[in-house]
Design a protein around this ligand. Structure first.
Ligand code: MN
Length: 189
């Protein structure tokens, strides 16, 4: 069953998070980065693929500096509708804390001929390269699975900015507000 892990972790009568993917995937492909003020602050990086959001939790957040390699822990697929979720997950629930949409936009595989099908093959092989068109994140990035013991079972990846015209040493995380900017959420953080 798709999204089985996602649904198993959550109580939808308590949490305002979406319970299913109602929208069919439409091009262009979407991405979202949600800043999640959970017990440990992290950034959830999500790429639309086959109608769900492939998801990684990035403890230190993304960087525009090609020298930074940011640990990205792959987590369960999230429903497509999750890209619109901003709100507060109540105490006692999985991932309790406030979520803001830190960045969002579209993404494309680096080679125009690459389809979603090939993208998911790349995902299986532990190497994805793509171009983001966001408000804060732009240009080419790679997600690379860390080689090592238990490679197959491991969820550890690295998010790395490629060296292109968007690369910069600016601390992008200082741009701290929601790109949709719901001021009521800023107070709850
Ligand atoms: Mn999270």
């Amino acid at each position: 069953m798709p999204l089985k892990k996602y649904k198993a972790k959550r109580k939808f009568n308590q949490s305002p998070e979406p319970s299913l993917s109602s929208k069919k995937s439409r091009k262009p492909l979407q991405f979202v980065v949600q800043k999640h003020y959970a017990s440990h602050l992290h950034y959830d990086f999500r790429l639309e693929m086959h109608g769900v959001l492939k998801s990684w939790a990035i403890p230190k957040g993304p960087s525009m500096n090609p020298h930074d390699k940011r640990l990205a822990v792959m987590v369960e697929d999230h429903p497509y509708d999750y890209k619109d979720f901003e709100g507060t997950i109540p105490p006692g629930n999985y991932g309790a804390g406030t979520v803001i949409i830190w960045d969002e936009g579209t993404y494309e595989p680096l080679n125009e001929k690459i389809t979603e099908k090939i993208l998911s093959k790349d995902l299986e092989q532990g190497h994805l390269s793509f171009k983001l068109h966001g408000h804060k994140l732009n240009g080419e990035f790679s997600l690379v699975k860390i080689k090592g013991r238990n490679y197959k079972a491991s969820n550890s990846w690295l998010l790395v900015k490629k060296n292109d015209e968007f690369a910069s040493t600016e601390d992008i995380l200082k741009r701290d507000v929601s790109v949709r900017h719901d001021p009521s959420l800023e107070k709850k953080k």
